[in-house]
Design a protein around this ligand. Structure first.
Ligand code: SF4
Length: 206
């Protein structure tokens, strides 16, 4: 696959940051499959190397940030691999007087990736975290996402509960291609079991 060095890109009124291509999942629906290079964003999101924290900051600050609703850390991989550097970047932005709504879109397994509870690191830095719930049982989750670590479904749900202590808005998402009954089961898990905001996302064609 062709690699580039797209660190930041605009999409839907937000500015997105692409910190890593690493991921501990291999989701069946991942846009990275089949030679895709991030076509929905019209950018090549495969990185020839990960940007340093300084490169992330300078790429973000090269845009007029007053134009965007949100600064979203996501990219073509699981952004929480770069949590420490992302926190550093947000701290520098705050020091520089930048006021922008910050969000991370994540698979919700940062605590498994880092082997510790990283939720407190989000406090005062992120306005929102969006977590992919994907499905309603651990068995289906394993089959769909192929996580490296065992117990990922429960770890993701635990993270979604815990992170609410530190981040004002926590959302969990599924895509609208799953059956209606599963959508409702996921709504119950999200709203009643975890207490997060539920969103059914539209499936984006390859
Ligand atoms: S968690 Fe995201 S980046 Fe990782 S495999 Fe799944 S869809 Fe792809």
């Amino acid at each position: 696959m062709k690699k580039g060095f797209t660190i930041t890109y605009e999409y839907g009124g937000n500015l997105y940051v692409n910190p890593t291509n690493r991921c501990n999942f291999n989701c069946e629906f991942c846009l990275r499959h089949n030679g895709h290079d991030g076509s929905i964003y019209t950018h090549n999101l495969w990185l020839e190397r990960e940007p340093t924290k300084e490169e992330m900051l300078s790429s973000i600050e090269s845009w007029d940030l007053s134009k965007y609703k949100q600064l979203v850390f996501v990219g073509f991989g699981e952004p929480s691999y770069r949590l420490e550097d992302i926190c550093w970047v947000i701290d520098r932005l705050k020091e520089h007087g930048t006021k922008i709504f910050t969000r991370m879109d994540t698979n919700g397994t940062a605590n498994l990736i880092h082997g510790r509870d990283v939720c407190p690191d989000f406090a005062g830095r992120f306005d929102m975290v969006s977590i992919s719930l994907n499905t309603d049982t651990a068995e289906k989750y394993e089959a769909l996402c192929h996580p490296v670590q065992p117990g990922a479904y429960q770890a993701m749900k635990d993270f979604a509960k815990e992170i609410q202590k530190y981040v004002p808005t926590v959302m969990m998402t599924v895509v609208d291609t799953i059956p209606p009954e599963e959508i409702e089961n996921c709504r119950r898990i999200c709203e009643e079991e975890i207490g997060a905001i539920y969103r059914v996302r539209e499936y984006i064609e390859d």
